[in-house]
Ligand binder design. Structure first.
Ligand SMILES: [Zn+2]
Length: 540
């Protein structure tokens, strides 16, 4: 029984962990690395076709975004997650595929002009559609036996609609261990969703540490804070531009804006317009309108019982097409604009920044975590000017960071969550935090009597012996390019890799047939022989 850390080790994005129990290979999350990369993800040590299952903690792309690539390269097992995560992935993975296709197309156009070869997208819409067919929805709390020696249980992580911590109960050679993956843990008292559920038992814990070095402070009155920012900006005649993740944070903002409007908390600007400018946010918001009784908190359920939609109000306007998006900036009415991406690295938000950063009367309001090196972080750090679409833009707008509205638990909440486990785990692995934060948080846990460390990508541990097998790679890297240039290769490598992966999978299936009946073995042998003969004859 082994665990291998492949991603989000000493960094925040690209969650990717392999658990091996006997013959079974289970991936916990399969996330895309986003923003500046500091450490290289470890390569998957086996062919994707040899992964038996994926367990997915939540829909955020840094946890789910590489699933279509895994499927493209030969994975065909079940992807277990909650039903809300399945629904959110159905829009988020398609959106991600669309971004990959657009980026590859843009790079190919550029490459053509310089006489270079085409780029292939990391994966396509077709790959995302194939991946979505493998999703298998689970309820919270219920234990599911997925193999003779592995059971899984999802508990609410309170981070995003459908988010979960996953408890894996695994048996190998008569020894049973409970391995608990925290996933991203939520802040408490968030709009719409419940607080993180308390874990009960674990021999090993893999815990995130995004805010492992800081405290959110006393819980602010978000609606009050937000209304004050809107009030002073609209009074000046400017716009409030909110870079926001399209899924989760945007719906929380809509919840707060409904409250603000309902209680007339902004004076003198009745019916101020609120624009949701992101096709993904619009699609995701439709999911929030669905049947989600298992996911919403009591307050939200009470509103729904009264016939109030918690995230809809008059004056909410949506921009789906790029023409609708452009029109937002031609209309001079002071307004609130919510747009993605949340860290300003891509998407329509960059257009709104171009139109508003130079304006003294506008406000750029940050409501989420800003990763090191992102445009969002640079702006919140107080830069005086930035380059957008090749143009220098002065920063004259008010830059505000709404404190405490984080979607992640802070240091003490993380420790509190861990302390719920009655018998201290044998070992705690700290991941999903910036380099020094993971180290610091692991050291802090040691001070509290835990055995803990922050493993690097590639580190491997034997969970039966409770010992490290491989140390992992602590060397920092430059940002690696995700896109493959097809450099005169005779065939599409990804397609061939997939064939190779399926071949390796077949060998594993054969290996597992040792104890099957002679009839079954003969039947399989016959089928494989037919296939081999067919392709050998084709090549003659
Ligand atoms: Zn997340």
């Amino acid at each position: 029984m082994k665990i291998k850390f492949l991603g989000a080790a000493h960094e925040v994005t690209g969650s990717y962990t392999l658990l091996t129990v006997g013959n079974y290979n289970v991936l916990i999350d399969c996330g895309l690395e986003q923003g500046p990369d500091i450490f290289e993800n470890a390569p998957l040590p086996i062919a994707p076709g040899l992964i038996d299952f994926v367990l997915l903690t939540h829909a955020h792309i840094d946890h789910s975004g590489k699933i279509p690539l895994l499927v493209k390269n030969g994975f065909s097992g079940h992807i277990y997650t909650t039903s809300a995560t399945t629904q959110l992935c159905s829009v988020m993975l398609l959106d991600s595929a669309h971004i990959q296709e657009q980026e590859a197309e843009w790079r190919s156009r550029k490459a053509k002009r310089t006489g270079n070869n085409d780029y292939t997208p990391l994966y396509t819409t077709e790959d995302a559609v194939a991946a979505l067919k493998l999703f298998s929805s689970c309820d919270y709390v219920t234990q599911y036996k997925i193999t003779e020696n592995i059971s899984i249980r999802f508990i609410d992580a309170g981070h995003l609609l459908g988010s979960a911590s996953i408890e894996v109960t695994a048996t190998e050679d008569g020894v049973t261990k409970v391995i608990l993956f925290s996933g991203d843990l939520g802040n408490i008292n968030r709009p719409l969703i419940k607080n993180p559920q308390k874990p009960e038992k674990a021999d090993y814990v893999i815990i995130e540490s995004t805010y492992g070095d800081s405290l959110h402070g006393p819980r602010p009155d978000y609606a009050d804070q937000l209304s004050k920012v809107i009030q002073r900006t609209l009074d000046r005649g400017g716009n409030v531009v909110i870079p926001s993740f399209a899924v989760g944070r945007t719906q929380e903002l809509l919840y707060l804006l409904r409250l603000i409007k309902e209680n007339h908390m902004v004076k003198g600007h009745d019916s101020f317009p609120v624009y949701m400018d992101s096709p993904l946010a619009v699609e995701a918001t439709k999911i929030y309108d669905g049947q989600l009784n298992d996911y919403y908190d009591d307050e939200t359920l009470a509103l729904l019982a009264k016939g109030i939609n918690p995230i809809r109000f008059d004056d909410l306007r949506v921009a789906v097409t790029s023409d609708e998006s452009r029109l937002i900036n031609t209309d001079r009415t002071p307004k609130v604009i919510i747009s993605a991406s949340g860290m300003c690295e891509a998407g329509r938000i960059r257009h709104h920044l171009k139109h508003n950063l130079w304006r003294k009367d506008s406000t750029i309001l940050f409501v989420g975590y800003q990763s090191q090196g992102t445009l969002g972080r640079i702006l919140t750090d107080g830069v005086k000017g930035v380059t957008l679409f090749g143009e220098y833009v002065q920063v004259n707008a008010e830059i505000v960071k709404l404190e405490g509205i984080s979607g992640h638990a802070d240091r003490d909440m993380l420790i509190g969550w861990l302390n719920n486990i009655k018998v201290k785990p044998e070992y705690v692995f700290v991941n999903h935090g910036e380099d020094k934060v993971t180290e610091g948080f692991a050291n802090l846990l040691c001070k509290y009597g835990y055995s803990a460390e922050a493993p690097f990508n590639g580190a491997e541990f034997d969970l039966i012996k409770n010992e490290k097998v491989l140390a992992g790679n602590s060397v920092k890297i430059e940002k690696k390019d995700n896109y493959k240039n097809n450099n005169n290769k005779p065939h599409n490598n990804a397609t061939f890799d997939r064939l190779l992966s399926v071949g390796q999978r077949l060998l594993t299936i054969i290996d597992r047939k040792r104890s099957s009946s002679p009839k079954e073995i003969e039947s399989l042998t016959g089928q494989i022989t037919t296939l081999c003969n067919k392709y050998e004859n084709n090549n003659k």
